[in-house]
Design a protein around this ligand. Sequence first.
Ligand code: SF4
Length: 431
Amino acid sequence: MSPVPPSRRGACPAFLAPMETGDGLVLRLFPADGALTFAQLSGIAQAARVLGNGMMEVTARGSLQVRGLRAETVEPLRERIIALGVTPRLGHAIDLSPLSGLDPTEMADARPLARRIRDGISGLEERFGPKVSVVIDGGGAISLDGRKADVRLKARRGQGDAVWTVAVGGGPAVFGSGAEAAEHAVHALTRLAALGRRARSTDLPGCGDTTDAIDTPPAPPLGRIPLADTTFAFGIGLPFGAGEAALFAALAAAAETAGARDLRPAPERTLLATGLHATGVEAFAAAAEQLGCIVAPKDPRAFVAACPGAPACASAHFPARELAPQVASVLAPLLDGTVSVHLSACTKGCAHPAPTTLAFVGMDCGVALVHEGAPSKATGPARPVEQLVEELRALAATPRAAGETGRDLIRRIDAARLWARRDQMQSTIGT
Ligand code: SF4
């Protein structure tokens, strides 16, 4: 049977509107204050086992997802989550660093701006499309540069207080105080709301020049991060963003035992334990590694995103997440921090909304390659999925010039063009 077309682009599995996928409904949760207690995370994991199919995820944007729900189990799950004392973020996506207000390196606390913007667009939410998003980057240890946004606010060091820049779609950035920046963002969002639910910021006059080009991929927040109260956060990565509910429960127990204060779903498929002292950092890192999580920034798995793929998703053309460990392993020589990889089993690109260096995209005729773009840009030609791992092994073995980064090499050999011409690829990268 052919895969079914993905649900319409622009649809996301929100807390109040779970989305249908091949393995049932997916419910997405952002805790309103960014943090979960250990009892809350382990309670959600227990509910995911009983009410879903037991799989949980942390997404590239840092939300928690429960998979495999049925229509009749959605409401019981929501009730369990509320009963655990979790306040889900409702309304529009306004993304901040999960360490806002705790991070001594941030130039400004993004939370007051988030409140102003949320208040400013109150009542308009129904008029935005579900993917319209605002990113407020206070300039701290966790960069939000790689995150797509319709409206992006970023703190810069000023003479006294931080100065904020506001960019709407591909339009020019404007500068101002926090209050001015929030007002500018609300004004842009109000204009966007007037254009209807299908509109994105690039539809606004003067804001249409966006590009998919990426610079260095965002580094996942892995390892130890000092906090303002002299404790530490420690970031661990979920391999390819997913795990059994039991893994999440075990991580909650490990963080509690290590003396952490809470756990925070974080960007690039990570979880942060906060409030750790030095000995607790070591204990939590060791426990997470033992559980198979990513604790080292150079772990090649940290640079590979993969959607569930087949058979979990009915729209999938190949088993993306099943292949991901092999792909990360064979591409390891290229994954030096300059290269990000996305295995997307169809053109929807659920696992990584932003462009990556290499996106391998499932299509009717095989796997297409998009170089420095999003899966939606895939047009083919495609290569058989059975050959994917061996082709990538050969690509990673391409001789490198001294000092050449993985990204430079991919550009030099024009991997996308070679992907389209199999014989040439074999001979070029074999020499
Ligand atoms: S990107 Fe993956 S998970 Fe998303 S709809 Fe396509 S196959 Fe399914």
